[in-house]
Design a protein around this ligand. Structure first.
Ligand code: FPP
Length: 235
C-alpha cells in the first residue's frame, strides 16, 4: 500500500525530552535548551496540522518538574508567557484549539491568566487541538477524576472506565494513537498513564530541540508498520 493511503495517527502525544542536554553540549544554560525547544514545539505543531493530525498533546511541565532549580522553573514559566504572547494570535488564526491539562492552582496568577487567554481565544476553533500538559501527572489525573466522580455523587458500581474517562483531563480528545519520547530515555514519566493504554510507543535518541519534520515522519512511518490489535487477534 502506498504511504499516502495510510491514515495518519489521529492523536500524537509527545514527551519532549533532551533540552537540557542539548544546551549542555553547547556549554549553554539549560533554559536556552528549553527556549530552542519551544521553537521546535511551534514547528512540530504546524507539521502535525499539515499532516492532518487532529490532536497533539505535549508534556511541557510535569508535576515533578518543581524539583528543578528555581532558575530553570522560572525560566519555563517565563517561556509560557513568551510563547503565548508570541504565537497565540497566529495559532488562533490558523484554527488551532488550545487546551491546558494539569493542576492549575499551583502555578502563578500570570501563567494561569496566559493559559486561560489561550483557551478562551481558541475555544471555538475546529483545527488541530493542542493539549499542553502543564503541572501534569498521570497519577494526579486519575486521582482527580475519582474525586470528581465522588463529588458528582456516583455510587461505587457507577465508577466505570467510561465514567472516569469522561472526567480525565483529556476528556476532550480520543486516546493517543502514537506516543513519542525524544531524548533517549525509555520511560513514560507519569504522562497520560490512563490514556496511553493502547498507544504505540516510539522512542528516539534525538534531543527535542533537534526534532524536525523528517523525525516526525519517521515516527509516523514506524506507527504505520505496527499491527494494532487492542488485545484481540489479527483479523
Ligand atoms: C525535558 O527536557 C523538557 C522539559 C522539562 C520541558 C519541555 C518544555 C519545552 C519544550 C519548552 C516549551 C514549552 C512550554 C510551554 C514551556 P530536560 O530538561 O529534562 O532535558 P534533559 O533530559 O536533557 O536534562
Amino acid at each position: 500500500m502506498a504511504d499516502t493511503a495510510l491514515a495518519v495517527p489521529r492523536h500524537i502525544a509527545i514527551v519532549m525530552d533532551g533540552n537540557g542536554r542539548w544546551a549542555k553540549k553547547r556549554l549553554m544554560p539549560r533554559v536556552v535548551g528549553h527556549k530552542v525547544g519551544m521553537e521546535t514545539v511551534v514547528k512540530v505543531i504546524d507539521d502535525c496540522a499539515r499532516r492532518g493530525v487532529q490532536y497533539l498533546t505535549l508534556y511541557a511541565f510535569s508535576s515533578e518538574n518543581w524539583k528543578r532549580p528555581d532558575e530553570e522553573v522560572s525560566g519555563l514559566m517565563n517561556l509560557v508567557l513568551l510563547g503565548v504572547s508570541s504565537y497565540l494570535r497566529r495559532f488562533a488564526k490558523d484554527g488551532y484549539r488550545i487546551k491546558v491539562i494539569g493542576e492549575r492552582s499551583a502555578v502563578s496568577e500570570k501563567v494561569r491568566a496566559a493559559w486561560q487567554e489561550a483557551e478562551d481565544l481558541t475555544a471555538a476553533n475546529t483545527g488541530l487541538t493542542i493539549s499542553v500538559a502543564f503541572n501534569y501527572g498521570g497519577r494526579w489525573d486519575i486521582a482527580q477524576a475519582c474525586r470528581a466522580a465522588m463529588r458528582d455523587g456516583l455510587a461505587p458500581d457507577e465508577i466505570t472506565e467510561d465514567a472516569l474517562s469522561a472526567r480525565m483531563a483529556l476528556a476532550h480528545a480520543p486516546d493517543p494513537d502514537l506516543f513519542i519520547r525524544t531524548g533517549g530515555e525509555l520511560r513514560v514519566s507519569n504522562f497520560l498513564l490512563w490514556q496511553l493504554a493502547y498507544a504505540e510507543f516510539y522512542f528516539t535518541d534525538c534531543l527535542w530541540p533537534d526534532f524536525d519534520a523528517a523525525q516526525l515522519d519517521t515516527a509516523i512511518a514506524a506507527f504505520h508498520a505496527r499491527d494494532r490489535r487492542y488485545g484481540g487477534v489479527k483479523a
